[in-house]
Design a protein around this ligand. Structure first.
Ligand SMILES: Cc1cc2nc3c(=O)[nH]c(=O)nc-3n(C[C@H](O)[C@H](O)[C@H](O)COP(=O)(O)OP(=O)(O)OC[C@H]3O[C@@H](n4cnc5c(N)ncnc54)[C@H](O)[C@@H]3O)c2cc1C
Length: 401
């Protein structure tokens, strides 16, 4: 610890790490903040759909120079009968979900500009080298606070040999492509097509889009690239050049036991994907990561960082609950018509509602008694309802839950 105040190390300088550094630089009793990022910001490769649903969380002006390239009105869910459908078959159900503060971004630029802004505020950056488990131990000894924002699996868990602590993942592929997106530039599309997962086409402008596909279930294709190409053909977006495609895993939150987000002995805290808070239903993790980092910084400021696991869990519980129920509509029934009816009942809600407000979603579905009764007339679905309202989660298990 320095004489004047505390030193903090942030491991990983993507959205969650940058948010942590930003929050810490506002904490009076923290004198020095150092971010350790293995990539260089000028060359950073981004594995992400680049949709930031609440851009008010990023303290940058929302300009193209800062990477905020498409100010969208919302997202359109399109439910299809399956991947083998006739090419001309329209969706069997759609829902338009508004997202006022949402943008499709150039995420590498957002992160570079945010890092530049933080450097101007006095945050130190050590970039271009991975923190190894040995260096991690040294950092734990040197710094008063260590915030692990290295994604999933977290470096701090790797250092303890505990990478199996997470509850499964979702494999996803994405790339940026050129094409004509003028028909839906303001309403990026998410395609549900019968498998447990989805494809997406998120325009960055009328001629460029981030496109991709992800699978959350145990049934995954033998050839991921071919599956992406076929999804592109079916859904009317250009197939990316295989050399441009990123392949990645998305943690399915709540994928880590909340108690595991803090190591009191070493004063190590996990935020973002490292803490397993990405949304288990739709894969969104940027805002979740940023919020977790800001929450931790507020608690450090208050002098109660040990409350972080409980407070994070309280903040995320509605989202965990809703994600588990929404996944049930898919996993327990495997019925595209039912999913289409559920989607249609959500028409006009916001992304925030369908992500974090179970009561609003349940009220909407309940207005369609036939849909609601079909949904709950299933033991698996009732089990989900019961467990998610009695806080019984599934940490340490893998599979399609
Ligand atoms: C294909 C795909 C599409 C997605 N689409 C969206 C979307 O559209 N919207 C959304 O909100 N979410 C999306 N997500 C989820 C989102 O990308 C993650 O939840 C989010 O990136 C989590 O941010 P993070 O900062 O916690 O971790 P990460 O983004 O994983 O960042 C971890 C950082 O740590 C660095 N790092 C790792 N190990 C070390 C080490 N040993 N030493 C130093 N540095 C290290 C990495 O280089 C990286 O910069 C998507 C994910 C995928 C895979």
């Amino acid at each position: 610890m320095s004489v004047e105040g505390y030193d903090a190390a942030v491991l990983g300088g993507a959205v969650s790490g940058l948010a942590a550094a930003h929050g810490l630089s506002d904490v009076d009793k923290v004198d020095e903040v150092t971010v350790f990022e293995r990539q260089e910001y000028d060359e950073k490769r981004v594995n992400c759909g680049e949709a930031i649903n609440d851009t008010s969380l990023v303290p940058l002006e929302k300009t193209p120079e800062n990477g905020f390239v498409n100010d969208v009105d919302g997202f359109q869910l399109r439910v299809h009968s399956g991947p083998d459908r006739p090419r001309t078959e329209p969706p069997i159900g759609t829902a338009n979900l508004s997202c006022e503060p949402g943008y499709i971004c150039e995420r590498d630029i957002v992160e570079r500009r945010w890092a530049e802004r933080l450097a101007e505020r006095g945050v130190t950056f050590e970039t271009g080298a991975s923190v190894t488990p040995t260096r991690y131990r040294e950092i734990v000894d040197e710094f008063d606070y260590v915030i692990d924002a290295t994604g999933q699996p977290a470096l701090s868990l790797k250092a303890r040999g505990e990478t199996e602590s997470y509850t499964g993942d979702m494999v996803a592929l994405n790339a940026t492509v050129d094409g004509d997106f003028s028909g839906y530039e303001s309403w990026p599309r998410i395609f549900f097509e019968g498998y447990i997962g989805y494809a997406w086409s998120f325009p960055k402008s009328d001629t460029r889009a981030n496109v991709g596909i992800g699978w959350a279930g145990d049934e995954r294709p033998d050839d991921y690239m071919a599956a992406l190409r076929e999804a592109a053909e079916r859904n009317g977006f250009p197939a990316p050049d295989p050399d441009d495609v990123n392949i990645y895993t998305i943690p399915r939150g709540p994928s880590l036991d909340p108690k595991q987000v803090y190591d009191p002995n070493d004063n190590v805290f996990r935020v973002g994907d490292a803490a397993g808070v990405a949304n288990r239903y739709q894969g969104e993790g940027i805002c979740q990561g940023i919020r977790s980092a800001y929450l931790l910084c507020d608690l450090i400021e208050e002098g109660t960082p040990e409350r972080y696991p409980d407070r994070l869990y309280d903040a995320m519980k509605s989202e965990y609950r809703l994600a588990r129920l929404m996944r049930g509509a898919w996993v327990e029934h495997e019925d595209p018509d039912l999913l289409a009816a559920v989607a249609e009942s959500l028409e006009g809600l916001s992304i925030e509602d369908v992500t974090r407000s179970p009561a609003r979603v349940i009220r909407r579905v309940a207005k369609r008694p036939l849909v609601a009764s079909r949904l709950v007339s299933d033991r698996g679905m009732l089990d989900r309802l019961y467990k998610s309202y009695t806080d019984r989660w599934e940490y340490g298990t893998t599979g399609t839950q």
